[in-house]
Design a protein around this ligand. Sequence first.
Ligand code: FES
Length: 343
Amino acid sequence: MSHSVALNFADGRTFFIAVQEDELLLDAAVRQGIHLPLDCREGVCGTCQGKCETGIYEQEYVDEDALSERDLAERKMLACQTRVKSNAAFYFDHSSEICNAGEALKITTVVTAVELVSETTAILHLDASSFDKELNFLPGQYARLQIPETDDWRSYSFANRPNANNQLQFLIRLLPDGVMSNYLRERCQIGQSLMMEAPLGSFYLREAERPLIFIAGGTGLSAFLGMLDNIADQPNQPSVQLYYGVNTEADLCEQKRLIAYAEKIKDFSYHPIISSASKLWQGKSGYIHQHLDKQQLQQQRFDMYLCGPPPMIEAVKSWLDEQSIEDCSIYSEKFLQSNTVRT
Ligand code: FES
């Protein structure tokens, strides 16, 4: 029996490997060309240390000088002593370059649709079935897309989860004069080829052991759509609150899809928030941090994921600091206007 395992590195690169049930993670990585740093291979030196972020695993011998009790409780692990018992994701806090892991995948995709989902947002649909196996990525990760007939690349979060047919979606903000925006408006044609590099990024869903709070600004929503699709399919679903902030009502997109998650995820709540709302808007207005439940967040441990423009992310983090809310894990990815920046 073989498990699909994502190896994530500090430079934002991810490599998927197959690990047999009786195989050590380190051996499986090396067998597939990813030379994780190692020394003793006996669980003593700690050189092959990483952290399990999702999935079930077991370790054989772990010396107390290599990992403490606290490290173990935090799911830190030694690749030379780890056997995986399910699909899993591990993080290694060093660049993938030292593993001689090679380049990220570059795949030729074909445009199958461009869907205008709000006045300022489009969904680009790409067919990546030229890649002869299922393209693996973690919900929340992103791809770089090359704008045809240019040397320009732009980064966009996947707006769906991996699937057998490699049909991919990306939520893209249409700027008045952006390289991708101009391409989508003026030159994009169904059937056109487009190069993609993936998977990339360290913003992805970890093992959900606490309630989840998702905070999306604008097209930062894209990353959460894949995460929500993933959670909707899980037997043990965490509670999820999604806060989605945009400038005007016209910027809201994928409303039907968001509302439908309430049918698929048992404890799901959705809060759209408009910063410059019209008089007709009857929902929440202002900024997202103004609508977070201070009392609830002070009483309950939670994991918070933030994806969107830097001011939104900074405002929420400052608000958490001001309320002395510390018992949480925070993962964030900042979007600049024309690109994605991993933080
Ligand atoms: S290589 Fe020394 S602990 Fe794994």
